[in-house]
Each structure stands twice: as structure tokens, then as C-alpha cells.
Write a protein that binds this ligand. Structure first.
Ligand SMILES: [Zn+2]
Length: 237
């Protein structure tokens, strides 16, 4: 059971020691679209956090980022059974994330919403963004599609839509950033998975710092889920 908060902090530290800079998705997409690179090709980690199940654990990651002096983008769900972003404790964490200068984005489930509520996905998206902006008091610039349990793909919506149609700056899988990166994700809970320039690296379960050290990757697109980490075991509160 190695996916402890201590372990992920050591991963971030190792990347920092190798000279990597950490950027938010907004910064990465802005720079990539303007110049075709992020940080002029200097070693960079795009630090994306999808909050699937727990804003309390997102608070734990935030404390690590603040101590290390790095920034991240946290994508928040509005329709999770597992957490209510307006819950007293969760909203306190959300505000702390915002006040520490991290980016907060929208974790999209609009294809699921459209199917379950029998409505138009674009209508659901506009309503969610308005709710989230009212909640945070600032515009939401980024969306990232959540992979849920319906068997539908929330990313499909973006095949024929652009972020700008909804006042957004970016959708996290669009615009070629994924194709320019080594994407490393903890979405399999107990092991890492990775893609190089959009193609799955089958059987490659190396950690982000191993990718960096062994392959000298200039741009790592790192996706973590706060829910994956614990102090002693995965079932703790
Ligand atoms: Zn998700």
C-alpha cells in the first residue's frame, strides 16, 4: 500500500529537485496555444487534480502544495453522491484552495446529466457553470471531463463543441496539450498509468518521477485524484 500522502509528496519533491516547474492547467493551455510549448520547453509538470470523491482529501493535497510552493488546478464535481461542495467543511476547503492561488475548474458530467435528466448537455453545462461561478465568486475558465459509472463518455460532448462557446478557456483533453505531453495518471488507484503523446504506454506503471528521471520528459501532464491517497490505508476517513 504505497499510495500514501507521504509517497505523493515525495514524488512532487523529486520532480522539484530535478528542476521541474509546476503550472496550472490554465497557465499551460495559455502558453501552449500562444507558443506551442509550455515554459519555453523547460521541464514542466501540468498539475491537474480531479476531485472525484473527497474535497477533504483535496485539502490534504493543497496543504502539501502550499508547503512546497507549487500550484495546481482542482476540478470539482457538482453532482457527486460522495460530496457536496457547499457542505460546511467542503466549502471551507474550496475557499482555502482558491485563496492559496490554485485554479478551480469544473469536472464535467454533462453527458451523464443529459442522459439521466433527459435534457440537452449544453443546457446542463451552462447551468452548472453559472452555479459554480456564483458559488466561487469568480469566472470558471477550465473544464475537465469526468469518467463516471454510466458507461457514457463525458468527453464525447467536445467532439463538436468548443470551450469558448461556453465562456470557457479550455477543456483539459483538447487543443493538443495531451498530445504534446507524457500523461501520467493515478486513476487505477494502486498503480500509475501513462500515455506518451496521446498513445497508451501499455504495461508502463512507472511513477511521475521515474518517467522524468529515466526518459527526461520535458512536459509531464500529471493527473492525480485526492481520493487515491491516505495516511495508513485507503478506507480511512
Ligand atoms: Zn473524475
Amino acid at each position: 500500500m504505497r499510495f500514501t500522502f507521504e509517497y505523493i509528496e515525495a514524488e512532487y519533491r523529486a520532480l522539484l529537485e530535478m528542476g521541474y516547474q509546476f503550472v496550472t492547467c490554465q497557465d499551460a493551455f495559455d502558453q501552449f496555444r500562444a507558443t506551442g510549448a509550455v515554459n519555453d520547453g523547460a521541464p514542466t509538470v501540468i498539475n491537474r487534480v480531479d476531485v472525484d470523491l473527497s474535497l477533504v482529501r483535496a485539502g490534504r493535497l493543497t496543504a502539501i502544495y502550499n508547503a512546497l510552493g507549487i500550484k495546481a488546478t482542482f476540478f470539482i464535481r457538482l453532482h457527486a453522491k460522495e460530496y457536496n461542495p457547499f457542505d460546511f467543511e467542503n466549502f471551507r476547503h474550496l475557499r482555502a484552495i482558491q485563496e492559496a492561488g490554485h485554479e478551480i475548474g469544473y469536472h464535467s458530467e454533462i453527458v451523464d446529466q443529459a442522459a439521466i435528466w433527459d435534457e440537452d448537455a449544453a443546457t446542463a453545462l451552462r447551468r452548472d457553470l453559472a452555479v459554480m461561478e456564483a458559488m466561487l465568486g469568480t469566472p470558471v475558465r477550465g473544464a475537465a471531463s469526468h469518467g463516471g459509472l454510466t458507461g457514457l463518455n463525458n468527453l464525447d460532448f467536445w467532439a463538436d463543441h468548443k470551450a469558448a462557446e461556453f465562456g470557457l478557456s479550455y477543456e483539459a483533453y483538447q487543443d493538443g496539450v495531451m498530445e504534446a505531453s507524457r500523461y501520467v495518471s493515478d486513476s487505477e488507484w494502486v498503480r500509475w498509468k501513462s500515455y506518451d503523446k496521446g498513445a497508451r504506454l501499455d504495461g508502463d506503471h512507472r511513477s511521475p518521477s521515474q518517467h522524468a528521471r529515466e526518459d527526461q520528459i520535458p512536459l509531464i501532464y500529471l493527473l492525480t485524484h485526492p481520493d487515491t491517497y491516505y495516511d495508513r490505508h485507503i478506507y480511512e476517513n
